[in-house]
Design a protein around this ligand. Structure first.
Ligand code: NAD
Length: 225
């Protein structure tokens, strides 16, 4: 089980939220990434996500994304990502669950059941065939995380949990790090020392590109079926 966050895409040139130089320094989260912001100023929210989409389209998967694909030859791999980019998929990973939505998809304001692929900017007035305004397929602060139940089931049954590039600050997603069974081995890869709620994580301090490849090699050697 891989639980990834913004850090795994940092070396692909996609800003994280909380690091210095991160997105929060340029935008106020309450103005662009909440359901209230959408109701108050949808144009600003669309502008913010249009710019995120351009950044994702210009980015490429990095060595950490690619190395995770190799694991699939040896393990049953499930990736749960908080990221809204598609870099895991473009690298070739086959089982990716996006907890917080996907920037290259849109949906109507009233339902997340039907999703539409988008690469262009989304504007006010862009509507579904039924005449409903389209919004980015993003789970905003203040909204339920629909994939949470599915994610919890997956994590509870895993044997190895590898957390990569997440500050474990955003709940309920961060809670996933703490619900696997007692027998599961738990690793956390991040350049910063992440404070976890339990002390049974093996911490590997380093960036994703520097640390994931050798970690994966070791995992394959030591644990593969
Ligand atoms: P976060 O910004 O809170 O934390 C990022 C973590 O990545 C930090 O712990 C940081 O030390 C680490 N990091 C920085 N550079 C790294 C590197 N090169 N290699 C490995 N780790 C590195 O991000 P989060 O915990 O994922 O939570 C933020 C929320 O923001 C998520 O819900 C996500 O939806 C959203 N987000 C997504 C993207 C994306 O899709 N790429 C980008 C920014 C934010």
């Amino acid at each position: 089980m891989i639980l990834s966050g913004a850090g795994i895409s940092a070396e692909s040139g996609i800003n994280t939220f909380r690091d210095s130089g991160g997105l929060w320094e340029k935008y106020d989260i309450n103005e662009v990434a909440t359901i209230d912001a959408w109701h108050k100023n949808p144009s600003l929210v669309l502008e913010f996500y249009n710019s995120r989409r351009k950044q994702v389209l210009n980015a490429q998967p990095n060595l950490a994304h690619f190395k995770l694909v190799e694991l699939e030859a040896y393990f049953d791999v499930q990736i749960i990502t908080q990221n809204i980019d598609d870099l895991h998929e473009r690298a070739g990973s086959t089982n990716v669950l996006h907890l917080h939505g996907e920037i290259l998809k849109s949906r109507s304001v009233s339902s997340d059941k039907e999703l539409f692929a988008i690469e262009q900017d989304l504007k006010l007035g862009d509507k579904t065939e039924k005449g409903e305004q389209l919004r980015p397929h993003i789970v905003w602060f203040g909204e339920e995380v629909p994939a949470m139940t599915q994610a919890e089931l997956m994590v509870r049954s895993c044997d190895i949990l590898v957390v990569i590039g997440t500050s474990l600050n955003v709940y309920p997603a961060a809670g996933l790090a703490y619900i696997c069974s007692n027998h599961a081995k738990k690793y956390i890869i991040d350049p910063q020392k992440i404070t976890t709620q339990s002390d049974d994580f093996i911490a590997i301090q380093g960036t994703a590109v520097d640390s994931v490849p050798s970690f994966i090699e070791e995992l394959i050697t030591n644990h593969s079926k």
